[in-house]
Write a protein that binds this ligand. Structure first.
Ligand code: DGI
Ligand code: FE
Ligand code: FE
Length: 190
């Protein structure tokens, strides 16, 4: 799909602020794909669609999780975790995007997972560091993103989990699997 068409398809599903976030994630993802020799076109398309399902009614997302092969344990965690997995299905059903690499990058953009592909890392990181993000510690992750893709993802994963634990939120297992695997990738683990 041409990127202009993808942007046109996504826009009506998002708020104005979320749409602008999406365009910044796409710019950031294209930049990272250039730095790390990833596919620019896949990075751009995955980024444009990464939050596609963000504003679907909860009962609709719940329905698709129940009816599809998505993991049912998602239903026992915060509904913020549903839009990535559900989005990875909807982009195929509604727009014919049947590229597994792109769909996986959309699926796992919120939590990460073990053994993330380069494209998954690029989208996970671009969503975290896009220029509109103001989290504490994001500037250090932005700097690392220019040097080491895996280390920057590890920092983002660690910051997100720490932040959620400080709020007494539950952590989806894939978030921990991402953190553990990225830790092993950067220093061999302890
Ligand atoms: O959709 P965005 O707002 O652009 O960002 P996102 O998809 O990365 O994250 C959505 C929210 O999900 C964000 O507030 C952080 C939260 N989140 C990420 N991992 C977990 C999580 N929330 C819980 N409860 N558990 C997690 O493992
Ligand atoms: Fe998201
Ligand atoms: Fe996002």
């Amino acid at each position: 799909m041409k990127i202009e068409l993808a942007i046109e398809k996504v826009k009506p599903h998002l708020t104005e602020a979320r749409f602008r976030h999406t365009l910044r994630v796409a710019e950031t993802a294209v930049h990272l794909a250039g730095v790390y020799n990833g596919s620019i076109s896949k990075a751009e398309l995955a980024a444009v669609f990464h939050d596609y399902a963000k504003y679907r009614p909860l009962r609709e997302m719940e329905h698709w999780i129940k009816k599809s092969s998505l993991p049912k344990d998602l239903l026992g965690y915060h509904s913020e975790l549903w839009h990535g997995p559900v989005g990875s299905l909807l982009v195929e059903w509604e727009h014919g995007i049947a590229d597994t690499e792109i769909q996986d990058a959309i699926h796992f953009h919120t939590t990460g997972r073990a053994n993330m592909s380069k494209l998954e890392k690029i989208i996970f990181l671009a969503d975290y560091i896009e220029p509109g993000r103001k989290f504490p510690g994001v500037e250090e992750v932005r700097e690392m993103a220019q040097q080491d893709l895996t280390k920057a993802c590890w920092m983002a994963s660690k910051n997100t989990i720490s932040h959620l634990m400080k709020k007494n939120a539950t952590i989806y297992p894939d978030s921990f699997y991402a953190y553990n695997d990225l830790t092993n990738q950067i220093n061999g683990g302890v």
